[in-house]
Design a protein around this ligand. Structure first.
Ligand SMILES: NC(=O)C1=CN([C@@H]2O[C@H](COP(=O)(O)OP(=O)(O)OC[C@H]3O[C@@H](n4cnc5c(N)ncnc54)[C@H](O)[C@@H]3O)[C@@H](O)[C@H]2O)C=CC1
Ligand SMILES: O=C(CO)COP(=O)(O)O
Length: 899
């Protein structure tokens, strides 16, 4: 693979081709960082004037450029000069790129000495509808295209020169090249985010220009102040159209949510600094396109790109009504008013719909040598099945060594594709040919993708034939073709999903087999539809029986070399976006499931409507244990993995508040009452755990603890009032007792770091360590009910009182109330004896605190004004911004930006 020559740490020699608006500003940006910059201008006058005055005649006429920037031209620099460069940066409008690259190609023929190649143009070539990647491949070869880097994102040229904080996407198929480019451009006011989806970034940059014209049209038509709704509609629907076109093209939908996508779209749709917006605005005001172009003085790439977009949407078979109206206004004489009226008259449609056909990027990648011909052939079968092209299916099947079970990145087989799209004939041909009716994708078994009785019948028949052939019992004891519906239990706790409650029949109990349940898992066709709540830390990876999201929603590096279809089964989460089918997630509900209207509402935006992965945080476990993986040995019985036991001989962490004594207590049990607790003693199977009050505490849903005669650890969610399982929880609901380490105080203003739970190999702290950090001390209190919160006034609830000790926050935890007004609690025997400090209610109802000079000096590392400064989170308002925001805004040198 070609890569550019090693870049010097600084003082790179950079040639910028194109001394227009952006080229000049980038020359200044790089010249600012001590690089030696040459700016190629095509006009003799510009070259001479620049070298004489350090000013650009046309752009930034009042700005004096850095002394390490000089102009070259007007002739295109020769090969020797090009070869002496470390970096070539192309700031030429897309339409002129092919010509210039063709001229430069001889200088770029030695692939071992390539300079770093950077492209910043945002357009699609008219006539060929080619992306810049293709233009590079056409003119300089696939190797050069693969090594090229693309910069895109919200970045008005003049604001970069003004050093306004700016961020861009920097992407390349070759990760190392993107890294080099990011390093080259990075400055305190200019942040680069790298990525590996150049197709998505290129499309984002080009397409947003078309929607900027649309937004400008609306503002020109209605007035900017009074058309905010319309502009917001255009931005949002523009994003949907861009994403739809992009995914049909083979890009990642996530790219459109990044800086190059929605970031730049938002910028250019809402600012008159944008030339594309200005073109639209002036059109909306009634000017003609010719007049606007003649007087604009700079390129508006959206004007030409609108033509290519029109061709693209036709080729791809996607809907892009806004882009099409822009084209009609630009080139067919439609008035902006008519265009808006037509858009608004469109019938209601689904808000989010991603394309599922057409993948030109595949051809492009094949061209770049990133897809093998074999994988293209295999994908021909996959695509033909998806499209229902029976002739193409038969042709593909006639080829030798065709893998019928070939999968895309979601695990979807040709059979599943045909089923999904309702191509009955294709399903029949595939099953006749021997396609495996039990081969599931990550989203479920083939039958979960249809409710068509004909297809289901064929699948049932094929499956019974298949099971006779294989005669292998199902892992969890279900009959594979048992499609009978199971009634959900009345009060089954719903899966704690941020997407809302799932349909009730998604969590039913498995059927009884010979009077007992074969396992605590639902049948596989249901399990496969339930999001795995351990993802992405799921230990079972692709073999997990629960649903993992399709890989393309998780940005990753593009693999190099490309993983062909042939290899995909071994690499179930192929990180590439291109050679795979666009997403079609989630699948339609199976026949026996609830109608789709009962499907869980989407809680978060997802371009595909796909469920958002479960967040990680203190979520109470639900009653299903992790199902484990299909075909792998079951989990060992016993409690969940524990970190190494607490070592009393290890040096105690000093208590940040200066309390004396070891932390945590060096000897003695963490839970002194544990020996008395019925939950923590071995129990007979099926026994119901009961607390001292006789109330049931946590059922024994899963037998593993019982069988292993080991006590389950206490529920870590109960003390926080966050256990969702209530009485059914299989972890005992007990409040930790005296002797538990005191709460870790806040550390927003210095002080010793909070002791952290160590992390196991699986990324989770052991339960006992987590418990050790729960905030509990020896202050008496009561709980209202089980797992409930205490009354603010400390009254005991009527139902099932548990004589647990309820902790009241101490003054140390609310330092803003500190000073001599309260007596802090003292520590005795590892617990706290409360002083006459404030109650929790007092603390919470206290007025907004003001910090005096003395206390702020003591408490904060920063020099805070001696006046009384209102605080948020312990810092003055000016310093309490999110870290990255604050550091960008203040360019503070003592803050590391890590976002
Ligand atoms: N101006 C901006 O804020 C940004 C611009 N871009 C993109 O950068 C590209 C360039 O934009 P600007 O510099 O603003 O445009 P511009 O119109 O200000 O400058 C275009 C430059 O290209 C040169 N040029 C014109 N025809 C040429 C040809 N046949 N061969 C070689 N050079 C030729 C011109 O002499 C001029 O120097 C565009 O694709 C634009 O979308 C990207 C990000 C920001
Ligand atoms: O792309 C740009 C800023 O990110 C510039 O937009 P215009 O080409 O519309 O001026």
């Amino acid at each position: 693979m070609a890569t550019s020559k090693a870049q010097p740490d600084s003082n790179s020699r950079v040639l910028i081709l194109g001394a227009g608006n952006f080229g000049s500003c980038l020359a200044e940006h790089l010249g600012d960082s001590d690089h030696r910059v040459f700016l190629w201008a095509r006009e003799q006058s510009v070259v001479e004037h620049f070298n004489a005055t350090r000013k650009h005649l046309k752009y930034l006429p009042s700005h004096t450029f850095s002394s390490n920037v000089s102009a070259v031209g007007p002739a295109l620099p020769d090969a020797a000069f090009i070869n002496s460069m470390d970096v070539l940066l192309f700031a030429i409008p897309t339409q002129f790129l092919r010509d210039n690259l063709t001229k430069l190609q001889p200088a770029l023929s030695d692939k071992t000495k390539l300079p770093l190649l950077i492209f910043v143009n945002k357009g699609i070539e008219i006539g060929t509808d080619a992306l810049t990647l293709e233009i590079i491949a056409d003119t300089c070869g696939a190797d050069v295209a693969k090594a090229a880097t693309f910069i895109s994102g919200p970045s008005f040229a003049k604001e970069i020169v003004l050093r306004r904080p700016t961020s861009v996407s920097v992407v390349s198929f070759t990760e190392a090249e993107a890294d080099k480019t990011a390093a080259l451009f990075h400055q305190p006011h200019f942040r680069c985010y790298t990525g590996s989806d150049p197709v998505g970034v290129e499309l984002s940059g080009a397409l947003k220009n078309v929607y900027a014209i649309a937004a400008g049209m609306s503002d020109g038509l209605y007035g900017k102040e009074d058309s905010n709704n319309t502009r917001a509609m255009i931005i949002t629907r523009g994003l949907a159209e861009m994403t739809c076109i992009g995914t049909a093209y083979g890009a990642s939908p996530l790219t459109f949510l990044g800086l190059a996508g929605v970031g730049d779209l938002f910028l250019t749709c809402s600012s008159s600094s944008s030339r594309n917006y200005t073109v639209g605005y002036r059109l909306g005001q009634g000017e003609t396109l010719d007049t606007i172009i003649a007087t604009l003085g700079s390129v508006a790439e959206g004007v030409s790109t609108a033509k290519s977009v029109r061709n693209l949407v036709t080729q791809l078979g996607v809907q892009a009504p806004i882009a099409e109206r822009v084209y009609e206004v630009l080139y067919e004489g439609k008035s902006t008013g008519d265009a808006v009226a037509e858009l608004m008259a469109l019938p209601p449609s689904r808000e989010i719909e991603l394309a599922t056909i057409g993948r030109p990027a595949e051809k492009l990648l094949h061209r770049l040598g990133m897809i093998s011909p074999a994988s293209l052939m295999v994908s021909a079968l996959w695509k033909a099945c998806s499209q229902g092209d029976l002739d193409a299916v038969n042709a593909a099947l006639a080829a030798q060594n065709v893998d019928l079970e070939i999968k895309d990145h979601t695990g979807s087989t040709p059979l599943i594709e045909a089923i999904k799209n309702g191509h009955t004939e294709v399903v029949k041909v595939l099953l006749d040919k021997g396609a495996d009716p039990t081969n599931a994708s990550s989203q479920g078994l083939p039958e979960t993708f249809t409710s068509d009785q004909g297809i289901l019948g064929m699948l049932n028949f094929a499956r019974s034939k298949h099971s006779q052939d294989t005669a292998a019992p199902q892992e969890n004891g279900y009959e594979a073709n048992d499609t009978s519906a199971y009634a959900p239990p009345a009060n089954y706790p719903f899966y704690p999903s941020i997407n809302g409650a799932p349909p009730p029949d998604m969590f039913y109990a498995p059927p009884m087999v010979n009077g007992h349940r074969p396992s605590n898992m639902p049948p596989p066709e249901v399990t496969g539809r339930i999001p795995c709540r351990y993802y992405p830390a799921c230990r079972y990876g692709a073999a997990c029986a629960y649903q993992h999201p399709p890989a393309q929603y998780y940005p990753g590096q593009h693999p190099a070399p490309f993983t062909s279809y042939d290899q995909m089964p071994q690499q179930p989460y192929a990180p590439t976006y291109y050679p795979v089918s666009p997403p079609s997630f989630p699948p339609p509900p199976p026949l026996q499931m609830a109608p789709s209207s009962e499907m869980p509402p989407q809680g978060h935006f997802s371009p595909t409507g796909a469920p958002v992965p479960m967040p990680y945080g203190p979520m109470s476990p639900v009653m299903y244990s992790h199902p484990g993986q299909i075909g792998l040995p079951p989990l060992p019985a016993g409690p969940t993995p524990q970190s190494p036991p607490f070592n009393p001989s290890s040096p105690p962490a000093s208590h940040p508040n200066g309390h004396v004594g070891p932390f945590p207590p060096s000897n003695g049990p963490i839970y002194p009452d544990a020996a008395r607790s019925p939950q923590l003693n071995p129990q007979p199977d099926a026994a119901v755990s009961r607390g001292p009050d006789g109330a049931r505490r946590g059922g024994l849903r899963r037998g593993s603890f019982v069988r292993a005669k080991q006590p389950p650890p206490p529920c870590i969610f109960f003390p926080m009032g966050r256990c969702k399982n209530g009485d059914e929880c299989r972890f005992p609901h007990i409040m930790p007792q005296d002797g538990v380490p005191p709460p870790a105080p806040f550390h927003s203003r210095g002080g010793a770091p909070r002791p952290r739970a160590s992390i196991n190999g699986n990324g989770y702290a052991a339960l006992d360590e987590k418990m050790a950090h729960l905030s509990l001390n020896g202050h008496s209190g009561s709980l209202r009910g089980r797992g409930g919160r205490p009354n603010a006034n400390g009254h005991v609830g009527k139902r099932a009182p548990i004589p647990m000790k309820q902790r009241v926050p101490n003054a140390d935890e609310f330092p803003v109330l500190g000073g001599g007004s309260t007596t802090p609690p003292t520590r005795v025997n590892g617990g706290f004896v409360n002083g006459n400090g404030p109650t929790a209610a007092q603390v919470l109802q206290a007025p907004r605190p003001f910090r005096t000079n003395a206390s702020s000096q003591a408490a904060t590392p920063r020099n805070i004004s001696p006046e009384r400064v209102p605080e948020t989170n312990g810092l003055p308002a000016s310093e309490s911004l999110p870290l990255s925001f604050a550091s960008v805004a203040t360019a503070s040198t003592d803050v590391t930006v890590s976002a």
